[in-house]
Design a protein around this ligand. Structure first.
Ligand SMILES: Cc1cc2nc3c(=O)[nH]c(=O)nc-3n(C[C@H](O)[C@H](O)[C@H](O)COP(=O)(O)OP(=O)(O)OC[C@H]3O[C@@H](n4cnc5c(N)ncnc54)[C@H](O)[C@@H]3O)c2cc1C
Length: 417
């Protein structure tokens, strides 16, 4: 793999940047692999990388119906955090943040990882109670949540001028999560793709999986049918975030997930005004400022199930009105772009990283706020595929929890995805 550095940058400047080698290959499609991964998003690509790096499994193909990194990984608001509620979840997200911190070096790719910290604006007492519970749980797992008083909240977030004593929801206090960060989303997909390709993994874009195929005699998964023909494999992982059911339905496998639309939008660029991620869980909006100066703003998912990727007017209005309650000065900002993505959410708002009842078939789904989970999701799914046994961090995330009613309820912790 060509190393990226100040020296390679300078060397390539002499040839007008015409001599860079391709970041990944486009090899011919074979008709058999040890492992097929459906979906070249963050999770599919990181799984492929860790399969090759940690388990020496390199006869792997990642199949992507569009272009690499064009799904939710390209559409998210890049918040990385580990402030979850349950004992089952926190260690997983702590591990993910840890892996993120080392990725730029490990993958030799500038991910523009920026440890910003996140401030939750608390405006109701039920939320304060919930957040205090989280604080105590997180304390056990080296993830931090610290209370700060309203004056300090306003000092750290200068444009926060709303939420005064006479407002609908006066600000009670703030909770700071210092480990929170932001990171360039495309770079996450591209860096994992490049590193996986370098270890021998094949990435096939414009290759849509139409259905899964099982052996007639034992029901085991044996491959997939694609728009480029049938590809056989010993193991298949469905890692298609938002579209999981449209693939698992092809063999009658029903999963306890539903697909919803989540949207975001950005303002015109302005001078630096906010250097933390601001989350307002009581009114359902969160924002941060990108390196280019745009405010990146997100709200809650549209509660109606759908596969749409645009934004409904009332969902947009809810998020904007909530933001203006706390940041009235932002009403003069022009919005530049909006977009959406499809999330598949499990009933308990916790991901599913699991074997299925069909031998050889694995799923990684239910990623509501799955960008932060890309490294740990891939790391643990690769372990599961390689060993046929879950990594301890994802044991609670198996499909078995729906049979045993061992839910990992995280719905209250997801406003800032
Ligand atoms: C607006 C928005 C904001 C978000 N903000 C955050 C955030 O701040 N923090 C956070 O942690 N998370 C956030 N998320 C969630 C996060 O983006 C996703 O949970 C995560 O990206 C999902 O994993 P992925 O990257 O593997 O998915 P994707 O990038 O969607 O990858 C799945 C891939 O599968 C492909 N595919 C689908 N069907 C097929 C098929 N039949 N054959 C072949 N390929 C197929 C798709 O084209 C896609 O490229 C946000 C999501 C949205 C929509």
């Amino acid at each position: 793999m060509q190393r990226y550095s100040i020296f390679s940058l300078a060397r390539n400047a002499f040839s007008n940047h015409q001599s860079w080698s391709k970041a990944w290959r486009s090899p011919p499609l074979k008709n058999h692999y040890d492992v097929l991964i459906i979906g070249a998003g963050g999770h599919g690509l990181s799984t492929a990388y860790y399969l090759a790096k940690n388990h020496g499994i390199t006869n792997v193909a990642v199949l992507e119906r569009g272009w690499l990194g064009g799904g939710n990984i390209a559409r998210n608001t890049v918040t990385i955090r580990s402030n979850y509620m349950r004992d089952e979840s926190i260690p997983f997200y702590v591990k993910s943040v840890e892996l993120y911190e080392g990725l730029t070096k490990e993958l030799n790719y500038n991910l523009m990882y920026s440890n910003r910290s996140m401030i939750d604006i608390v405006q109701t007492y039920p939320k304060l109670r919930e957040i205090k519970r989280r604080m105590y749980h997180m304390d056990l797992y080296d993830s931090t949540y610290e209370r700060i008083e309203t004056d300090e909240v306003r000092r750290r977030i200068p444009p926060l001028t709303g939420g005064g004593p006479d407002s609908r929801f006066p600000i009670i206090c703030g909770m700071v999560h210092p480990q929170a960060a932001v990171c360039r989303h495309d770079a996450v997909a591209w860096s994992f793709a490049r590193a996986a390709d370098n270890l021998g993994v094949e990435i096939h874009q414009n290759t849509e999986v139409i259905k899964l195929i099982r052996e007639d005699h034992n029901g085991r998964i044996c491959g997939v049918e694609t728009n480029r023909g049938i590809i056989r494999a010993n193991k298949v992982a469905v890692v298609v975030s938002g579209h999981t059911t449209s693939i698992t339905d092809t063999i009658g496998l029903r999963l306890p997930i539903k697909s919803f639309n989540l949207t975001a939008f950005v303002s015109e660029p302005v001078k630096p005004i906010i250097d933390v991620v601001v989350n307002c869980p009581d009114i359902g909006v969160y924002l941060s400022q990108s390196d280019k100066g745009e405010l990146v703003i997100g709200g809650a998912p549209d509660p109606g199930q759908s596969f749409r990727r645009d934004i409904k007017q009332h969902v947009f209005e809810n998020a904007v009105c909530s933001m203006l309650e706390l940041f009235p000065a932002f009403k003069r900002l022009k919005l530049m772009r909006q977009w959406g993505g499809t999330l598949d959410i499990a009933h308990d708002a916790t991901p599913i990283v699991s074997k299925t009842d069909i031998p050889g078939l694995f799923v990684s789904a239910g990623w509501w706020g799955g960008f932060k989970a890309v490294p740990a999701g891939g790391f643990t799914l690769a372990h599961l595929i390689a060993n046929n046994e879950p990594h301890p961090l994802i044991e609670p995330f198996s499909l078995g929890r729906f049979r045993g009613l061992d839910f990992v309820l995280e719905a209250g912790t997801t406003t800032a995805t």
